[in-house]
Design a protein around this ligand. Structure first.
Ligand SMILES: [Zn+2]
Length: 207
């Protein structure tokens, strides 16, 4: 990632969360952010009118397609996500997708590309379906921004101070446990919180 990008992404994510009416320690409501970004978010089978292509794709290569952004001719921007859970093959309802960790991170990743102004470059085909992908650097940037949106530093720090386990944090904020663990480790929030605790302990009068 380019120099300074990580800090920039934290600030950018904070601005976007504010625009979505979300404090820096709250679980972000992605539909509100979508409204702010003037983007529609739809399950793939709602757009194609058929879930079968997603089930076919799942049989071929689970997880090959997560989400993609389409710029329609009429000017609309539509983020389409794969409704099939790749670990289980089950089809998410629109309601379930709202709190499904992987779907949320896939959608936030697409928002990341959008706000960073990334352009699509590469076309690849999986099971006969064409896919547009960005270059690896842009993928990394979109991932990083998405993780800052879902788990900003202030939220991580609060969780660390409360000694909330990664799994509970993940459940509460509707992200995958992998993402919660990854962000916790990358942010150093638990270390910062434990230094704070030992300073407070050291400052207490001795009995
Ligand atoms: Zn991407």
């Amino acid at each position: 990632m380019r120099r300074g990008f990580k800090a920039q992404a934290e600030r950018h994510a904070a601005d976007l969360r504010t625009a979505a009416g979300c404090s820096d320690i709250e679980t972000i409501h992605l539909p509100r952010l979508a409204t702010h970004l003037k983007v529609e978010v739809l399950a793939g089978h709602r757009v194609l009118g058929d879930v079968q292509p997603f089930l076919d794709l799942h049989r071929e290569q689970p997880g090959a397609f997560s989400a993609a952004t389409f710029h329609m001719e009429d000017g609309r921007i539509v983020v389409i996500y794969n409704p099939v859970v790749y670990e289980t093959g089950e089809v998410l309802t629109a309601q379930e997708a709202q709190t499904h960790g992987r779907t949320r991170s896939d959608v936030a990743h697409e928002f990341g590309h959008l706000v960073l102004g990334h352009t699509l470059r590469e076309v690849k085909t999986i099971a006969g379906y064409p896919f547009l992908t960005c270059d690896p650097e842009q993928e990394e940037e979109a991932n990083w921004l998405a993780s800052c949106l879902l788990l900003p530093r202030a939220l991580l720090l609060q969780a660390a101070r409360n000694q909330e386990p990664d799994s509970a944090l993940a459940e509460r904020t509707h992200v995958t446990t992998d993402m919660a663990r990854y962000r916790m480790n990358a942010s150093g929030a638990r270390m910062q919180a434990s230094r704070g605790r030992s300073r407070r302990t050291a400052g207490e009068p001795q009995a």
